[in-house]
Each structure stands twice: as structure tokens, then as C-alpha cells.
Design a protein around this ligand. Structure first.
Ligand SMILES: [Fe+2]
Length: 191
């Protein structure tokens, strides 16, 4: 008889660790430059430096055909009218697509085509999947009142390029308007 003895991964929601690997934890101070409302950001930092999100990833050998995956957790909260967000990234190997699957909470993703700069906002909720095509910058936000958790699956060789985003940021911005997440143009946003 075969025993069930292989657990490939175990996620610990209290710490964000995946497969025993500690999560990378990003606090408010790590997100300088992400929020468009600089005044709201600086005044939030004066009040403290809370955890904004954590992400833990399992990346196998990066062989041809391998998949990597990670689980992200974004703490609910806002800075001004902007929701807690991830730094966002492009994949170092640009053609690499990614599949996101909502596990708990209520989120949105900002997807931005690198070539055209076209932005769109898509919902990320439990039992719903988001397909992030290659060559697309992606950032995730918690727009609800409880922690948002999600699973991301991508080619193991995708890699992460945070530098391109840190340099020029996203063109789109998701802000609360009338109680709803709303996509606006970052350049013309007036807090
Ligand atoms: Fe990604």
C-alpha cells in the first residue's frame, strides 16, 4: 500500500512561510516611491513602519519546463486613497507569463503592457484566476478589509526585474473613489 508521505509545500498563514522558507517581508519604509501621494506616505511613516506585504517563493532548478510558485500576503490598509500594494515587477525573462489565483481576501492587480504602457485593472478574489501575459508589469493591491493571499505560478526561469519599475513606476494608479478601487492616470492624479 502506498502511504501519503510527500507534502510538496506547506503554507503557514501566520508567518507567510512556504515550504519552510521564510517570507520576504516588505514594510512601509521599503515602498518609498510606490505611493503617488508623497505627503500621505511620509505622514504614515511618521506614525510607524507597519508590515505591508510578505511573499515566499519556491523555485526549483530552473530547468527547461520547470515552474516556480509563490504565495503573497498583503495586509489591509491604505496610504491616503491608495491601497497597500506590492512593489510590482516585470519578469527578467520578459516573455514569461504568470498565473495568479486568489486564495483569500479581496484584491486587484494592475497590469501594464511594457511596450504600449496600456494599463488595466483586474480583480483578484478567491476562486478567481488572473492571467498575466509576458512583457507585462504587474502589481497587486489589497482593496478589502482582511488580509489578501494569493498564489502565483510562473516559469522557473522568469526571474524578477524590480529595477525597471523603481525607475519609471507604473503609469496607472489604483485609488479609492466612492468606496471602489478605480484606475486613474498616475501623472494626472491629484491627492
Ligand atoms: Fe511575476
Amino acid at each position: 500500500m502506498l502511504a501519503i508521505d510527500e507534502i510538496l509545500s506547506r503554507y503557514d498563514p501566520s508567518t507567510g512561510a512556504l515550504d519552510g522558507k521564510p517570507a520576504v517581508r516588505r514594510h512601509l519604509a521599503d515602498l518609498r516611491g510606490c505611493f503617488a501621494d508623497v505627503r500621505a506616505y511620509e505622514s504614515a511613516l511618521e506614525r510607524g513602519n507597519p508590515l505591508v506585504y510578505s511573499v515566499a517563493a519556491v523555485e526549483p532548478a530552473r530547468g527547461e519546463g520547470d515552474l516556480g510558485y509563490g504565495i503573497g500576503l498583503i495586509v489591509p490598509g491604505k496610504v491616503g486613497r491608495e491601497y497597500h500594494m506590492t512593489k510590482g515587477h516585470l519578469h527578467a525573462w520578459r516573455p514569461a507569463a504568470e498565473f495568479y489565483f486568489g486564495l483569500s481576501g479581496e484584491g486587484v492587480m494592475l497590469l501594464e503592457d511594457e511596450a504600449t504602457g496600456a494599463s488595466r485593472m483586474v480583480r483578484l478574489r478567491p476562486h478567481e484566476a488572473v492571467y498575466v501575459p509576458g512583457h507585462t508589469a504587474h502589481r497587486t493591491m489589497n482593496v478589502g478589509a482582511v488580509p489578501l493571499t494569493y498564489l502565483g505560478v510562473y516559469p522557473a526561469r522568469a526571474g524578477h526585474d524590480y529595477g525597471a519599475i523603481a525607475e519609471r513606476n507604473f503609469r496607472g494608479l489604483v485609488v479609492e473613489s466612492g468606496g471602489q478601487p478605480t484606475l486613474v492616470d498616475r501623472a494626472s492624479f491629484i491627492p
